[in-house]
Design a protein around this ligand. Structure first.
Ligand code: NAD
Length: 509
C-alpha cells in the first residue's frame, strides 16, 4: 500500500464510482487511493480498488448485455456515437479542466488529449462502412462465399495515466460500435475525466451493461486477465505491466493487444529548417512534461547539426513552467511526487554516468505552486547506450542528445534500440527522408512531424518492444481486433433440381 492509499473512504471527499449494469455504484472495498492534483497536492477524490465480487458482477452484466447488443442494428450503434461526439464537443472545456486538475497537463494539451479521442468516436460513428464483410460470387457452381465480422463478446480495456481521455476513447467506442460489450479499467491515478466521458457515453444512449467500469490496480487487472468470460483485452501502459498482461491473458486464450513503453528518437540533419526543428523537438520533448509515449526524449544530431546544442538549450529556456490551468503554461507538473523523484534520480544518474548536463530542470521556482511536482526542461549531451538515461524510459522532461557523423550511423543507432513506438527526421532532403522511411525499423515515422500519432483513418502502429499483439488500436486494424470473422459458403438448390450424385471429394462441385 503506497502513501496515497487509504483504508476506507471518508465522507467529505467525493468517491469515484463503479459502473455496473448502467448504475454508478459505490464500491464496498476497504482499499482506496487518493486522486491528487499534481500541481497543488489537493485531494480531489478517492478511488476504490474493487473487490472480486464487484468485477464478477461487472463481467456478468456485460455478458448478459451482449446477448441483445450484438444484434443491435448498425444504424442504432452509429447514431449513439454521432450523439456522443456532439456531447464531447459541448462539454470540451469542462472535460479539459477536470483533466488538467487531476493529470497536470496544460489546458490546451488537455483539449488535445480529448480531441484525439474524439476523432476515434467520430470514426466509430462510421461503423456502417467499417464493419463490412466480403463476398465472392460463384466460387463453385451455384456457390457463394461471404464473411461476417461479428462482435466477440465481453472485451476489456486497461488504461494508463498519461492520456486519461484519449486512450479510453481509443478503446470502448470502437469495441462497442463493433457489437461488443466492454469493461473499462481506468488509471487509478486520474480516473475522473474518464468517468465524466463514461457519463456522457451513457447520456448518448449506450444501454445498461454495454459499458461498465471497474477501478483498481494489480489484483483487478489480474482478474480481468483470468476471467473466462472476457474475450479480448486492449492494454496501454508500461512495458513491464503490458508484458505481464499479454502473457497472463493469452494463457487463457484471449485476444490481447498491448501498446507499451517507448524511447523515441529524432534525427536532425544539418539541412533541416532550424527554427522549425528547434520548436518541434522542444514541444515533443518537454510538452506534457515528457509524459507521452510518443514524446521525443532522444535527439540524434548528425554532423554540423551538432553546432545547434546551444540553440536547443536556449529554446528550452523559453518554455514556461507553471500549473497546467494557468494561461501561457508550456510545462506542467509530472503526475505524482514519486514520478518527480524518479525523474530527478535519472538526472543524478545521467551526471554520474558521464553525460554532460547542459540544462538542469530540477527544483524550478513556480510561484503559487510550491507543492507541485515540477521538473523543468532538462538537457544532456554526450549521451550513449549503457547510460540509464538512455537505456530506460524516463517519462519526464529530459532530452538526451546523441552525436553521430552520418545519416546511416543515425539510422543504425535507432535500429539498435529495442523500442519501436515512434521516430522522426528533420530535413529538407526528400531523398534523406525516403531513405530513413525505408531503413528505419520503427512502426510510426514522422517526416518533419515530431509526434506522428496517426489519425483513426489509420491505426496506431508502434512496433518491436513497444507493442505486443498483431493488431493496433483504432483504425482498420481494430475492426479485426474486436470482431470474429465467420466465413459462410452457401449453395441454394432450385426447387426440383436433381443432384449430381454423391461427392466423396473435398472439391466444391
Ligand atoms: P502502468 O503500466 O503503470 O499502468 C497502466 C495500467 O496498468 C493502469 O491501469 C494500472 O492500474 C495497471 N497496473 C499498474 N501496475 C500493475 C501491475 N503490477 N499489475 C497489473 N496492472 C498494473 O503505466 P502508466 O505509468 O500509467 O503509464 C505510462 C506508461 O504507459 C509509459 O510507459 C508509456 O510509454 C506507456 N504508454 C504507452 C502508449 C502506447 O501507445 N504505446 C500510450 C500511452 C502510454
Amino acid at each position: 500500500m503506497n502513501n496515497a492509499m487509504q483504508q476506507a473512504a471518508p465522507s467529505t471527499i467525493p468517491t469515484v464510482k463503479l459502473l455496473i449494469d448502467g448504475q454508478f455504484v459505490e464500491s464496498v472495498s476497504k482499499e482506496w487511493r487518493d486522486v491528487v492534483n499534481p500541481a497543488t497536492q489537493e485531494v480531489l477524490a478517492r478511488v476504490p480498488f474493487a473487490t472480486s465480487d464487484e468485477i464478477n458482477a461487472i463481467v456478468a452484466s456485460a455478458k448478459t448485455a451482449f446477448k441483445t447488443w450484438r444484434k443491435t442494428p448498425i444504424g442504432v450503434r452509429a447514431r449513439i456515437f454521432l450523439k456522443y461526439q456532439q456531447l464531447i464537443r459541448e462539454n470540451m472545456q469542462e472535460l479539459a479542466a477536470l483533466l488538467t486538475a487531476e493529470q497536470g497537463k496544460t489546458l490546451a494539451d488537455a483539449e488535445g488529449d480529448i480531441f484525439r479521442g474524439l476523432e476515434v468516436v467520430e470514426h466509430a460513428a462510421n461503423i456502417g462502412n467499417l464493419q463490412m464483410g466480403e463476398i465472392a460470387n460463384n466460387v463453385a457452381n451455384g456457390v457463394d462465399t461471404y464473411t461476417l465480422q461479428q462482435g466477440l463478446g465481453v472485451c476489456a480495456g486497461i488504461t494508463p495515466f498519461n492520456f486519461p481521455a484519449m486512450i479510453p476513447l481509443w478503446m470502448f467506442p470502437m469495441a462497442i460500435a463493433c457489437g461488443n460489450t466492454f469493461v473499462l479499467k481506468p488509471s487509478e491515478q486520474d480516473p475522473m475525466v474518464t468517468m465524466r466521458l463514461v457519463e456522457l457515453a451513457l447520456e448518448a444512449g449506450i444501454p445498461p451493461g454495454v459499458l461498465n467500469v471497474v477501478h483498481g490496480g494489480e489484483a483487478i487487472v489480474n482478474a480481468i486477465c483470468d476471467h473466462p468470460d472476457i474475450k479480448a483485452i486492449s492494454f496501454v501502459g508500461s512495458t513491464k505491466v503490458g508484458t505481464h498482461v499479454y502473457q497472463r491473458a493469452t494463457l487463457t486464450g484471449k485476444r490481447v493487444q498491448c501498446m507499451m513503453g517507448a524511447k523515441n528518437h529524432a534525427i536532425v540533419l544539418p539541412d533541416a529548417n532550424k527554427e522549425q526543428t528547434l520548436n518541434n523537438i522542444a514541444g515533443a520533448a518537454f510538452g506534457a512534461a515528457g509524459q507521452r509515449c510518443m514524446a521525443l526524449p532522444v535527439t540524434v544530431l548528425v554532423g554540423a547539426a551538432n553546432d545547434w546544442i546551444p540553440d536547443f538549450i536556449a529554446k528550452a529556456k523559453t518554455l514556461k513552467i507553471n500549473g497546467g490551468a494557468e494561461a501561457g503554461t508550456d510545462v506542467g507538473p509530472v503526475i505524482s511526487c514519486a514520478a518527480r523523484e524518479r525523474v530527478e534520480s535519472f538526472i543524478v544518474s545521467g551526471i554520474e554516468s558521464g553525460a554532460k548536463l547542459e540544462l538542469d530542470g530540477r527544483n524550478p521556482d513556480v510561484p503559487g505552486y510550491k507543492d507541485g511536482n515540477f521538473v523543468g526542461p532538462t538537457i544532456f549531451s554526450g549521451v550513449k547506450p549503457g547510460m540509464k538515461i538512455y537505456d530506460l524510459e524516463i517519462f519526464g522532461p529530459v532530452l538526451c542528445i546523441v552525436s553521430v557523423a552520418t545519416l546511416d550511423e543515425a539510422i543504425e543507432f535507432i535500429n539498435d534500440n529495442p523500442n519501436g513506438n515512434g521516430t522522426a527526421i528533420f530535413t529538407q532532403s526528400g531523398a534523406a527522408a525516403r531513405r530513413f522511411q525505408e531503413e528505419i525499423d520503427v512502426g510510426q515515422i514522422g517526416i518533419n512531424v515530431p509526434i506522428p500519432v496517426p489519425v483513426p483513418l489509420f491505426s496506431f502502429s508502434g512496433s518491436r518492444a513497444s507493442k505486443l499483439g498483431d493488431l493496433g488500436p483504432y483504425g482498420k486494424q481494430v475492426i479485426l481486433f474486436y470482431t470474429q470473422t465467420k466465413t459462410i459458403t452457401a449453395r441454394w438448390f432450385e426447387d426440383g433440381a436433381v443432384t449430381g450424385g454423391v461427392n466423396t471429394t473435398i472439391s466444391l462441385k
